[in-house]
Design a protein around this ligand. Structure first.
Ligand code: DND
Length: 249
């Protein structure tokens, strides 16, 4: 059984030949393109990624493996709806860092769908775009940290969201499972069994801490891929006077 469902109901494991899975463009065109039959399950890793780090990458890879996802598409948020009061780094920088971080994994892709969309980046709009692109047969799995899933009741159109995709919630250090169980009864009945928990190796890495470290001239080596570290230093990101005050995440 891949991971643990809140209702203890496993989703049926579609046969997925990892070797045979064909690469599919991450960009979501408006055409009627349909993926090859081998692509039966696609993961979506949404995030602000300010910056992307090994916590994100380990979580995506664990989800890919546990749920036999043909690929994981990283979707940097254009304008995060939950961080309206916090300035975030320019989307193009966050996108470039995500591209650099995922380059070595052929099962990882990065999409600009939220960056190219006007207005706040609601997950429901992204999931519906993926649904249009991949068609009704492909199962979509939105990958998130378990702490983020605790907030899911505040997300736009949560009922429809749970109808359109599954959620894989990865536990993080310090996460209390009982808090998720408290949220569970308040979720729409038909969507509860679509939230699945997986455990990832304890990685106490956060984007907030990385930004703080750069600001205070502390090392960030081994917290994130070297290419991302180089990008941060070359572009002068997160320095004391680079860009305002950063929020949580
Ligand atoms: P974050 O700002 O938390 O991303 O956003 C996560 C996603 O939720 C984005 O796609 C948002 O658009 C979406 N969202 C949030 C709120 C409302 C709505 C949508 C809505 O539609 O109404 P971060 O870059 O901070 O982190 C990315 C993911 O990685 C998160 O799920 C986070 O919990 C997780 N994460 C870790 N997981 C394991 N180990 C670590 C982690 N650090 C972050 N060390």
């Amino acid at each position: 059984m891949p991971g643990t469902s809140l209702k203890d109901e496993s989703i049926s494991m579609a046969v997925c030949d990892r070797e045979a899975a064909q690469p599919v463009p991450a960009e979501i065109p408006t055409s009627d393109f349909r993926p090859p039959a081998a692509v039966s399950r696609v993961g979506i890793m949404g995030g602000t990624f300010d910056p992307i780090h090994f916590g994100h990458l380990v979580t995506a890879e664990a989800a890919r493996w546990e749920f036999a996802l043909a690929k994981v598409v990283f979707v940097p948020s254009g304008r995060p709806p939950h961080k309206k009061d916090y300035p975030v780094t320019d989307a193009e920088h966050r996108y470039q860092m995500a591209v650099a971080a995922t380059a070595s994994n052929p099962a990882f892709e990065v999409s600009k769908v939220e960056i190219d969309r006007e207005g706040y980046s609601y997950t429901i709009d992204t999931v519906l775009a993926f649904r249009r692109f991949y068609g009704p047969e492909v199962q979509l799995f939105f990958i998130t940290g378990a702490d983020a899933i605790l907030e899911i009741l505040t997300w736009k159109d949560v009922g429809r969201l749970l109808n359109e995709c599954h959620f894989i919630a990865a536990t993080r250090p310090g996460f209390q499972l009982n808090r998720l169980q408290e949220t569970h009864p308040m979720l729409p009945v038909e969507g509860r069994h679509r939230i699945h928990l997986i455990e990832v190796p304890a990685l106490a890495i956060s984007s907030t801490d990385i930004r703080w470290r750069v600001q205070h001239k502390k090392p960030i080596k081994y917290l994130l891929p070297e290419a991302v570290e180089d990008y941060i230093h070359c572009q002068g990101l997160y320095r004391p006077h680079s860009r305002g005050v950063y929020g949580k995440g």
